[in-house]
Structures are given as structure tokens and as C-alpha cells.
Design a protein around this ligand. Structure first.
Ligand code: SF4
Length: 238
């Protein structure tokens, strides 16, 4: 009774926004998935359980930032990257410790991933923090991870890594040219570098399998139930 009502209540569509930039959270993501997202390809709505899980993560961020304020060490919170940059995003906080500023990136992590991060941070988290360090010109940062199941905390203090930042910026400059200027579908990525099988959770797997690179314009403006039949129709024609 209530479960069905709540599932429906929490379920939501991801709004599509026209853009010519990337989000910091897209570092480490499959470039094809980024293409399908920015081009507004239809995807299933976020189901209720996933929406609630995301809300728990957002609550944890707020709780931790509030505690940092309580400690009196926050210099700024929710700090946006400079406008016009290749990447958009907001650093969770900048704190001051012993006279030094640190960018703090907070991550709530599945218990399995938390165990995997015993010695080193997750690579995509590390690279995201590197971008904040680069854009804010702050030479050090702290990746703070909270175990979603136990609320155990773990931190990694990292230094600005110019080589990695240059590599990521050059990779995404090339992707920007491919996706936003030429409008081309990126080639299938080298999956050997992935930390988990992104294809397993990809909402665009059917488009990708068929190398679909464009939708007929009306598809983007259809209602959700109409879009589903549009997608089915698209594959009927292939
Ligand atoms: S199916 Fe895999 S390779 Fe294709 S877009 Fe999705 S994540 Fe990328």
C-alpha cells in the first residue's frame, strides 16, 4: 500500500539541460554515456529506491559540512568552479587547518567500495578532487569518505598532481571537440581502466549496442510514455 505510493512519489525524471561543458562528477565516466546524456537521449526515470539512496548521500554531505562549521574551520562551502571552465561543479568545502587551506571532497561510499579504499582513494574521486585543487589553485585537499552502512569515516590527504590534471584536461578537451563541436559518438572506451562494469548499470546500453548517434528531433520533446514507444520504434527501424 504505502510502498507503492512512496515508490511513485520518489521516482523522478532526470531533466535534460543543454550544455557545452562537463560536470566534475563525469570524470571517470564512460564517454559514450556522457554523449547520450548531453544529447538528451531518453532514459528510464530514476526509481524510488535510487532516489532515496541519493537523498541519503546528500543528507550525509550536509551533516558533515555542518560539523565542519561547528569545528570553526570552514573557509567556504559549496564553492563553485569559475564560470566558463571546461568543468562545472561545486567543492563541498574549503577548510583551514594549521594555517593551510584544504579542499574537502566528501563521498558516501558503499561498504564494498569502502573496504576497497583501505589504502588508496577511488580513482574517480581522486581525479575529481584534483580538478578542484587545480581550479582553486590550492595545493592540497582531503578526500573524506563515509561508509554508507556504518558511517565509519576515512580520509586521504592528497597533493595537487599537475601531471594527472593535465592528462584529464587534455582528454576532456578532446571529448568536448568530439561531442559538442562535431556532435560525434565517441568510440567504445577502453574498459580495462574501469573500476566497475559501467555497462551493467548504463541506461543507454541499447543505443550503444547499435551505435545510435542521433535521434529524430521530436523524440526529445515527447512525454515519458510516448518516448518509450519512440525508443521501441527506433529499434524496429534499425
Ligand atoms: S553500454 Fe557501456 S560502453 Fe556503452 S555507453 Fe553504456 S557504459 Fe558506455
Amino acid at each position: 500500500m504505502l510502498v507503492e505510493l512512496l515508490e511513485e512519489y520518489f521516482q523522478r525524471e532526470e531533466p535534460h539541460r543543454e550544455r557545452d561543458y562537463f560536470y566534475v562528477s563525469e570524470v571517470g565516466k564512460c564517454p559514450r554515456q556522457i554523449f547520450y546524456t548531453v544529447k538528451g537521449f531518453p532514459r528510464p526515470p530514476i526509481d524510488g529506491q535510487t532516489a532515496r539512496r541519493l537523498a541519503v548521500g546528500e543528507d550525509a554531505h550536509r551533516r558533515i559540512v555542518q560539523a565542519l562549521y561547528g569545528l570553526g574551520i570552514v573557509v567556504a562551502a559549496e564553492v563553485p568552479l569559475p564560470s566558463g571552465a571546461l568543468f562545472h561543479g561545486r567543492a563541498d568545502a574549503i577548510v583551514s587547518l594549521s594555517g593551510k587551506n584544504y579542499v574537502v571532497e566528501i563521498k558516501t561510499v558503499h561498504p564494498y567500495n569502502f573496504d576497497q579504499m583501505a589504502l588508496v582513494p577511488r580513482r574517480d574521486h581522486y581525479l575529481q578532487l584534483q580538478l578542484y585543487l587545480h581550479y582553486f589553485q590550492i595545493p592540497q585537499g582531503i578526500l573524506l569518505a563515509e561508509n554508507k552502512a556504518t558511517q565509519e569515516l576515512r580520509e586521504f590527504v592528497v597533493e595537487l598532481d599537475h601531471t594527472e590534471v593535465r592528462r584529464v584536461l587534455s582528454e576532456f578537451e578532446a571529448l568536448r571537440e568530439l561531442i559538442f563541436v562535431r556532435g560525434e559518438l565517441p568510440p567504445l572506451p577502453d574498459k580495462s581502466d574501469w573500476e566497475f562494469d559501467q555497462c551493467k548499470y548504463c541506461p543507454f546500453v541499447d543505443f550503444c549496442r547499435e551505435n545510435v548517434s542521433a535521434l529524430s528531433p521530436p523524440a526529445i520533446h515527447l512525454e515519458p510514455h510516448e518516448r518509450a514507444s519512440q525508443v521501441r520504434g527506433l529499434f524496429d527501424e534499425l
